[in-house]
Structure formats: structure tokens, C-alpha cells
Design a protein around this ligand. Sequence first.
Ligand SMILES: *Cc1c(COP(=O)(O)O)cnc(C)c1O
Length: 825
Amino acid sequence: MPQKPIVYDAPTPERPAASVEAIQGEILERLIYSVGKDPIVARPHDWLAATILAVRDRVMDLWMESSRETWRTSNKRVYYLSLEFLIGRLMRDAMSNVGLIEPVRDALRNLNVDLGDLINLEPDAALGNGGLGRLAACFLESMSSVKIPAYGYGIRYVHGLFRQEMSEGWQVELPEEWLAHGNPWEFERRESAYEIGFGGHVEPVTDPDGTVRQEWRPNDHLLAVAFDTPIVGWRGARVNTLRLWSAQPIDPILLDKFNSGDHIGALEESARAEAITRVLYPADSTAAGQELRLRQEFFFSSASLQDIVRRHLQQYGDLGSLPDKVAIQLNDTHPAISIAELMRILVDDNGLKWADAWKLTRGTFGYTNHTLLPEALESWPVALLERLLPRHMQIIYQINADVLAEARQRAKFNDGQIASVSLIDEAGGRRVRMGQLAFVGSHSINGVSALHTELMKQTVFSDLHKLYPDRINNKTNGITPRRWLMQCNPGLTKLIGDRIGQGFLDDIDLLQGLKAHAEDPGFQEQFAGVKKANKQRLAKLIKDRTNITVSPDALFDVQIKRIHEYKRQLLNVIQAVAAYDEIRAHPERDYVPRVKIFAGKAAPGYWNAKLIIKLINDVAKVINHDPAVRGLLKVVFLPNYNVSLAEVIVPAADLSEQISTAGMEASGTGNMKFMANGAITIGTMDGANVEMHKEVGADNIVIFGLSTAEVNEQRAKGIAPAAAIEASPRLKEALDSIASGVFSPDDPNRYRDLIGGLRDHDWFMVARDFDAYVAAQAEVDALWNDKKRWNAIAIRNTASVGFFSSDRTIRQYAKEIWGVTATPA
Ligand SMILES: *Cc1c(COP(=O)(O)O)cnc(C)c1O
């Protein structure tokens, strides 16, 4: 037997079994020797750091074993490139996945520390805006859980998504400081640092054999330094690495400047470098457009590509096997410049022929499209790319020439089609279209729900789809059931296990077994009991944070997500106004007591979104204080929506609002979290709601509103909303009251233009879907009054959520895009 290379089998010290005594000793040891605190004087943050370090230690053996296994087996690695990872807290997730919650809880109790308090002290890693970033976080956990060798690559922002506070009902943005107490999870890898260049010029160089190569000579350099975080899968199946890049100057201080008395100038280079990874851009579904953003994109793409190529060469010594051993997934177009960067590395740095390099590149990349909104499609001015990345601009031109030649010659495209597939947008100032670049440089282009994928084929990529008809495919999004069911809802998890056994923890499709119990009165009572307890907890949080008292017996009607006109929080709040008018006009009728709960952040520059937040708060103030309402309706806006807040709200929701204008929400993942936790969905036929409708059955979801085709028809024909408003007296009344200042007596014109937009063009079909929405809400009331039916439907929602597990999504990516093997379902 030949000896195995030592790197695969290095010894690691064995830890004792995770007994309470052992863990207790490890936490104390970390507190004293790593945090440097005497237990007598340790503060909560010291205990948190010590506990995280002890948990991290417990993950280390698995982490190293996972990495060794990949070297040993020569398995293909997946690299998930994402400018956003909306992770939230990690400690409970890691403890739960390796079965440490109970021993750690007991160990801490012996030390007079409460685990729950520590869990709530951990800051959220909010390195993302919303769904796209949260998807990346769910995927990381699922890739570890289904045993795929994978790396997440992103940016270690010093300031994640801003903290939202309310000032008289207006959103105020404050800096987020997740690193203020340090980050015990991460390992800084100073040895894994790469030089990143910007600017400069391109020089042709003649090699000794006579071939001419292009060489990029940047005039601006900085360092990308890696910070690694372990991501542990369910039952410790595997531990993968999240590698986040931090920008640092090559020279921390310019001593000659300092010595000549220019103390600020001496640090200028340092500040300029560090600015690149200082803040997350807070716009969701809008292209950022500034130079710093492009610098962020190239910085993290180049660092990741250099790291990937280095690792590949170290193991295989040859770039020809790249597509067999490496799969790179682009989460939206933000890392699309990677395609040009890999071409540069292959052709310029490694001397490959252009055509060979292109084949390898296309074989390696996959691209996920997340939105069709025109304002979200990234494009960069040619002049900016030329100045910042001159060699990449040349490469993009060359790729474009090849694609356009193929379109003319093979596909016989006409001028219009040529213009639509071109990487260069010629309409008004030439710009590089990152979506087109990502498409042509990838062997797979996927949408994130069945509907979205179809629309992609019909709209933005219709001509590229004609040119490359086998590339577009669908991968409907998912959520990890560990975080979004087991951890956030332990009461429901226990109840399910007691009823159908623990198998669902490992095979989420076994939840289907709950369907047989949906009508069982005893089970219904227990299911409703768990929901009630979760609602009591949320009611307390609402009281603590907003001082609004809500009854846990009322229907909790929840819309939590980024504030965006297409998501139609406005439709929801206008319905609240209409309900308020009705309660006062007809006090004699029976009403279902409701609490309308909103949460979500608006992009700082998105005026209408910020105004909608103010409107929700203005409406809340009036309704919540009007004695005529008799507590039948409450409106609550919970500030600072983030992953941790979602983990409290979702398990307490009765009704899940997924009411986007049809055709505009690519998938949605919030909808899936609510479904898992037994909320009933009121929604449009949009994004993954379409598939939820199919999975749970038409009787177990409340669908309303215009279809995508109907929305398109209204827009194409330029149909005005006037008729819809005229036909609906309650809509008219609600709009009039908001527009005339009933809810804003201090500034009666505050909402005039916002409501004016609905009367004028109503792009998002708020007015035209209003009556259908009110009717759907009446259906919800009727279901609520039939408690048996309500409970049965809620149970069937939980039972049907299996398809929306991100394990399923990841297995499909693995099989159909990446060509890697995952553990079977
Ligand atoms: C799940 C999630 C989202 C995405 O919600 P959608 O309803 O799909 O838009 C956004 N933000 C946070 C914090 C989330 O947890």
C-alpha cells in the first residue's frame, strides 16, 4: 500500500464527548485564556465570546476533516460568489446543528449565565439587504448539510445594513456596528492575501517564442485579506468555509509623508483602501451605479478568482481541468466581472489560447438571475470600466465580438436582435450590460421560481435564449428548515416530532405525514396552542418596542420584507384604512379582531418607500387611539427588521401577506418561512406563490388579483385606474381620506402625490387589485371564524413545505448545474 500524503491524515487532538462538565470547562478556559477575564468580573459580552469560542472549537475537527476529505477524494468544489450574505446570528445555528444546545445551556446555568440572554446578545451579521442575501445564507447552510464541498465568497463589510430607527414615524438610518465587540467566529488569514489592481494601462508584451500577450499594469494596488468563518451543516454533516475579503492598503502608512509633517496625507492611501469594504450598499433591487460599488465588485471577484485558481493549481497543477473540479455560481450580476477576470488570468497570466480559455470559463460559471426590474439590471459606463479596468474592457469587447459574430452567422440575427444580445448598450451613452456578460460567460443561467424563469425567457434574455436555447433553467428558491422551523419554533418542532416521529428532522418531506392529523381536534388544539404561545411572545416584544398593546387572541396579519412599491405595503395599509372606515360606519357588525404587523427597511434614497413607512405609522397612530375601533384593529410597525426579528415574528403569524404585483417578485422566500410555521398565505400568483399554490392546494391558500398576463395587458393598453376607483366607493373613500390629510393633520399634503400616483398611472395595480384584495381578506375572516378549518389549513401548510427546503434547491443546483454529488434526499 502506498502511503497517503500526510496532508490528508494529519492528526487532530480528540475532544472528549460533549458532556456538560467538559463544555463547562471549555467555556471557562476560553473565558480565562482567550478573552482574558476572571469569571468573577466577566460581563455578558465576555461570556458570549467565551461560549462562541468553545462552540467554534467543537467545530474545528469537523472543519479540518471536511477540507481534508475534499483534497483526498479530489471532489469538485463549489464556489458561491455573492456580494451579500444576510446571515443573522450564528451561535444558536451552530450549536443546534452539532447538538450542543442542551449541554451548553446546562453548562452556562452552572456558571450562573443564561444561554437565552447570550443568544440575544450576539449581533446579527447583516451583510445583505434582503432576500438575495438571505438566500445565500440559507444555501451555505444547506451545502454543508447535504455534504457539498463549498466556499462562500463575499465582502467583510465593517458596517452591514443600516440600523433603522423611527423618528416621529419617519425612518432614520444609523450605522450598524456588528464588529464593535470583535467577531469570535472568524479567523483572519493574513497568509491568504492577494494584490488587487485598479487603473493603469495595458501593454503588449512579446514572449521569447514570439507570441504577443497583453499585460495589465495597474497603477493602484491594495490587498484583499481573507477572514474565514466555519459554516456547519445539520448534524455536523460537513463544515464549509465562508471566506470574506477585507481591503487593506499595501503600505499602512506613507512614512515619508508623515515625516515631512503631512500626518493626514500619510494615512490617505490606507483610508482609500479600507473604504472599499467599509459599507454595504443599502439599495435592494436597484443598481447602485457608483464607482465605489464597481470597485467592491471587482475587488471581491478578483480576490476570489485568484484564490480559486491558486487552490486548483496547488491540487491539480493544470488549468485544463478547471470545469471538472470547479463550479463558480454568480449570485446575480454583482460578481459578473469575474468572467473577464478569469479570462485575463487564463490568457494573460497563464498563456492559454483565447478559445480554450473561453471554453474553460463557460464550463466553470453559472449565473443566477434575481430580478427583471429594469432599474435593478446592472450596467456600467464604458468610460468608467475603461479607466478602472482597462484590460477587462478589452476582454469584454473581444467576448462581444465573438458573440455578435455567432449571432449573425449561425443564428442569422437581425439588427434589433444583435442590439439586444450585445454586451454593450448603445442607447444613450455606451454601457456594459452585466446581465449579458454573465449570460454569455456561463453554461447555466437560472431563474429562482418557475414563473420568473419563464418571464426571463420572454423578456430580458429572449434573444440570448434564442441564441443559446439550452442554457436557461429554473431553480426555485428555498429556505433552510433548521433556522426557519427547528430553531425559531422549538415548540412546533417538538409537537411535530411527538406526533409523526423525529424523521422529519433529517427528511423534511416526511412533514407530509402531518396531513393525516390535520383534522384531528386534539392535534389542532396543540398546534393552535403553540401558535398562541408564540403570539404571546411577539405581543410582549411589540409592547416593549412600540408600547402598543395587542391581544394574542386577535388574528396576526403580517407583512415583513423590504419596503418597495412592487411589494405593495401600500395596498395593505389602504385596506387597513378601509377596514377602519367600515368599523366606524357599521359598529353593529361582527368583526374579526386583527393586528396588522409591518416591518421592513426602505433604501435611504427611495422616497416613496420612506413615505409608505411614515404612512403606516400615521395610520397606526389614528387607528390605535380611536375608541370607536374598540381594539378590533391595530396597526403596528416594528422598527429595524432583520433576521433575528423575523425569527420571532414568523412563528407568531397567522396570516402571511405576499401581495406583490404579479410578475414582479422573482420568488420570495419570506412566503416559505411563514408556510413552514403554519401561517396561511394571502397572495398573488407571483414568484414562488405559484408553486406554493400547487404544493399546498387551492383550498389552503388565499389567492387574489390580476395575473401577470393581465397586468401586462393593462400596462400595454395604457388602461387608467380611474374606472377601478370609481367602481369602488370604499377605495375612493380611503384614498380621499389619506390624500386629504386625515392621517397627517400636521401636513395635510404629505400623501397627496403618493395617492396621486395611484389615481394617475397606478403602475403597481394597487387600485385595480384593491377590491379583489378586500374580498380575499373577507375570505380570510370567514376562515378564521371557522377555527377547525383554519387550523386544518395551517397544519396542511406546514405539512406541504418540504419542497421549499433549500436542501432541495441545492440538490438541484448540484445535479443540474454544478455536476457535483450531494447526499440523496
Ligand atoms: C427572508 C428575509 C427576507 C426576504 O423576504 P421576502 O418576503 O421574500 O422579500 C428579507 N429580509 C430578511 C431579514 C429575511 O429574513
